[in-house]
Design a protein around this ligand. Sequence first.
Ligand SMILES: [Zn+2]
Length: 478
Amino acid sequence: MHDIRLHNTLSGKVEPFVPLHPPCVHMYTCGPTVYDYAHIGNFRTFVFQDILRRFLKLRGLHLTHVMNLTDVDDRIIANAAAANLPIRDYTEKFVQAFFLDCKTLSVQSPEHWIRATDNIDSMVQLIQRLQQKTFTYDSEGSIYYRIAKFSDYGKLSHIDLTGIQAGARVDNDRYEKESARDFALWKAPKPGEHFWETPIGPGRPGWHIECSAMAMKFLGETIDIHTGGIDLAFPHHENEIAQSEAATGKPFVRYWLHAEHLLVEGEKMSKSLGNFFTLRDLFAKGYKPSALRFALASVPYRRQLNFTFDGLQQATSSVERLRNFAARLKNEKFLAGSQKNMAGRIAKAADDFDAGLSDDLNTAQALAAMFDFVREANIAMDKGEFCADEVKPAQDFLATFDKVFAVLEDNDNEKLQALGFGTGPSTDDAEIEKLVAERQAARKKKDFASSDRIRNELLERGIILEDTKDGAVRWKRK
Ligand SMILES: [Zn+2]
């Protein structure tokens, strides 16, 4: 196994990954702001952190992973007030949709899902600690963080603070680097908005304090890994560092990992360009969850991902190729014994796969290791040179692969049905094998009408049958 190395935004370098208390790893992911359905750009980041968590677990590390649901922020407060609904009632629909979307993309649940609205006390306590250390000041019922007092401000996003006017404030949760200002920790209530009565006064938390307070509450004052999309590095993560480190005097996060943006057909995704997609938009067009997961995972997380429909089609074929290979291993008869070259080939492929993921989660390299092997093994099988002793090691390698990539199991139809998409007849392995066996039985009885009917039915489901010389039958997906 190779040493794990990860790119740390804090240092700007790829560093060896050593947890603070091995084998435990404490990891925090900024989850979605639940005011709308998450889009594929969001899921690029969530699939990245899922690949990371699955790989760390594969390597035997004990993961405690927390993901929050941001259910208090400017947009939610405004939308809930406009809809005249309590916050939880307004967000619930999007929370449940997010959970279902994650399940559909095989994004594992973290050890803790947490909500901002359940942790207001911790946020208030953290603000009180900052007040005691005089990192704050009050203005018109709101409480602000004084960035000039935190000398490390800017160390994550490397912003230039010269020329920033002391005492200039920003009330919005989201702003650009050019607008770096003292930011709101606690916001005074406006008429009609939801607020909490607390020891620091009535109001609601700013977005940034939520993650600092919840990360430290569930994972401790210094955590191993914090992940998010690159657009969160400033101001959100910069402000998280300022709040947490000013309060504790300790490093807040040891490794900051950020996923790059997703483009659609080379352009920034936006509703006005008509290239804005949620998962459900793509499923409605007939694409499969496994293909979408594969497409999102296939580009290493620090590279921009140009999402295209051609790419999604290729991802569909790639997943089919893997599933067909797994089916060959399971269904075909191979020569007894072992073939030395192939045994070595499997070991090398498994090593290349591990090397790829260890190198800052290079998923492209890990996938190349698998597909090169599949191509060579398929050729060997076609020539009758693949031997029975190599079946188990090859299946073990596929199983290891799938602990991270999670696309082999053909449960796409089931998942789509759970989302309410009407899908065609089943193409699950068990169902197909049942039909193949029925056709074999019909042929044995020389009932060629039935045998042809079943063959056509399978063809309609995208399954091709190949009758072999020895009377057996092989099937694969188109
Ligand atoms: Zn966050």
